[in-house]
Design a protein around this ligand. Structure first.
Ligand code: SF4
Length: 496
């Protein structure tokens, strides 16, 4: 169906400001220290019989959108209206009824089908649970569903491992069709399949859509696949939708720099055709700490100062095209974004010349200046910084508490060894031990810079000559020779 046609029909599914955050807990009391902002304010609508493709890099939140709108995950905020009913406000029994109309086809058919169940039991399970058909009618319905997805009904008693990858995915589609849904979320439904099998399953999905009037939310990272099945395509980046357009228009006239980079990465099967590849620098920032302003600004080759500060709104362009980028302003007014970008770049260059680059050097660039920016490292979340500072302070405290006294003891031991050596040298020269330490005269300067025999705690060394030698003691910080209050208290020696 065409996008224009879909515009005229009441939407089957409306998603308004959908938010899904996952708390990150840490610490002894497992308190919340951060949030993974997997989906952050996503809005879109799907008309009856329409297929909306949802594309983006791995980790951008597209699968979370699919799971959250089916209530496989509870949304943090936002509304999901299906057939005009808000799913969050439905009673349990009503939700159960609505769930028949909302089904999902998963990425890996091998892990999404129970290997211990026959294909008959797998397809019959939702019919059992929702008490749709029983007895012989159940078998008839299973055969009907298998034949609808191009598999012989006689294979119903086989197990999943007896099927090829493509056949298993057909079983997954048959199970999703069992309850007569209106909308199927296909989450990377063909990503695990070979290219030839992918085409078969995609064509099957298209045929079923025509025959049964189904709507699809087709989630994939593969733009070529999405183009094949979708009426419209929404591009996601870091938890937000940045561009939505009818499928053909998105490929011929993309506006958002991220979409343009994605499209430039699609291989063209024509060696004579030169494609200008746009290589984005840097990694996708962490969804725990998304950049302020436009989330794409850390990698955008056309980023402006304004992009780092303000979040661009989703601007409506003609032909059902919506873009979240400041460059789209010019496009919305009938201009060309390429021209708008070039004009901004030229204006910025003239500004720079006019101001003698003073602004640029001081870091206060003009408001709309074009500044191609190297991808910056993602800023670590605040709790990481706090933990780092706490660890640093603890290490410093450890140094003060333990290392400082140890260094005083070390110095006292050096003084002791030096004094003992000088006492012996004095005795060798004079034939007797000195009466007091001061009698060592110049020898004290060999041990103490200022010649004063003071220990590292500021107390005088105690020296007592004896008939058989001498005793030499350091008192530590309190000046009490018997107290054990300082690490240097026990430094003593006796010559002889
Ligand atoms: Fe975002 Fe600005 Fe780049 Fe547009 S030009 S995508 S608003 S950073």
């Amino acid at each position: 169906m065409s996008a224009e046609a879909s515009d005229t029909r009441a939407p089957l599914l409306e998603v308004e400001g959908l938010v899904k955050h996952y708390p990150v807990n840490a610490g002894v009391f497992s308190q919340e220290v951060a949030r993974v902002r997997a989906v952050d304010g996503v809005s879109f609508a799907i008309a009856p019989g329409e297929t909306l493709g949802l594309v983006g890099e791995s980790g951008c939140g597209k699968t979370t959108v699919g799971r959250t709108l089916l209530r496989l995950e509870e949304p943090t905020a936002g509304r999901v209206l299906f057939d005009g009913k808000d799913l969050a406000t439905l009673a349990r029994s009503e939700l159960r009824t609505v769930r028949r109309s909302l089904q999902m086809v998963f990425q890996d058919p091998m892990s999404s089908l129970n290997p211990r169940m026959t294909v008959r039991d797998i397809i019959a399970e939702p019919l059992h649970v929702h008490r749709v058909v029983r007895g012989e009618a159940l078998d008839v319905r299973v055969v009907e569903l298998l034949e609808k997805v191009g598999l012989p009904g006689a294979w119903r008693n086989r197990y999943p491992h007896e099927f090829s990858g493509g056949q298993r995915q057909r079983v997954g589609v048959a199970r999703a069709l069992a309850l007569g849904p209106k909308l199927i979320v296909c989450d990377e439904a063909v990503s695990a399949l070979d290219v030839s099998v992918q085409a078969q399953v995609l064509n099957l999905l298209i045929d079923l859509r025509e025959e049964l009037g189904l709507s699809y939310l087709f989630i994939s990272h593969d733009l070529s696949v999405v183009r094949h099945v979708s009426d419209r395509i929404a591009v996601m980046y870091l938890g937000q939708i940045v561009e939505v357009a009818p499928s053909a228009r998105l490929f011929t006239d993309p506006v958002h720099p991220y979409t343009r980079a994605l499209l430039s990465a699609i291989p063209v099967p024509d060696p004579r055709r030169k494609v200008q590849r746009i290589v984005l620098e840097g990694d996708v920032p962490s969804p725990m700490n998304p950049p302020p302003g436009c989330r794409f600004h850390t990698r955008c080759p056309a980023a402006m100062n304004r992009c780092r500060r303000d979040q661009p709104p989703l601007v409506q362009l003609p032909g059902g095209h919506e873009v979240s980028c400041f460059l789209a302003d010019a496009t919305a007014q009938g201009g060309d974004w390429r021209q708008a970008t070039e004009e901004r770049r030229r204006a910025a260059e003239m500004d720079r010349v006019a101001t003698g680059r003073a602004d640029a050097e001081s870091g206060s660039l003009a408001f709309d200046e074009h500044v191609p920016e190297a991808a910056s490292e993602p800023t670590p979340p605040a709790w990481v910084a706090r933990s780092f500072v706490a660890a640093l302070l603890a290490a410093l405290l450890g140094l003060v508490v333990f290392a400082w006294p140890v260094s005083l003891v070390d110095r006292a031991m050096q003084q002791h060894a030096g004094l003992e050596g000088q006492l012996r040298a004095h005795a060798d020269a004079t034939g007797r031990w000195p009466e007091r330490l001061r009698d060592l005269g110049w020898r004290l300067h060999e041990v103490f810079d200022d010649g004063a025999p003071i220990d590292p705690w500021g107390q005088p060394w105690e020296y007592t000559p004896r008939a058989d030698g001498f005793s030499l003691r350091s008192f530590g910080p309190d000046g009490q020779p018997d107290a054990q209050s300082g690490a240097g208290d026990d430094i003593q020696g006796s010559g002889g």
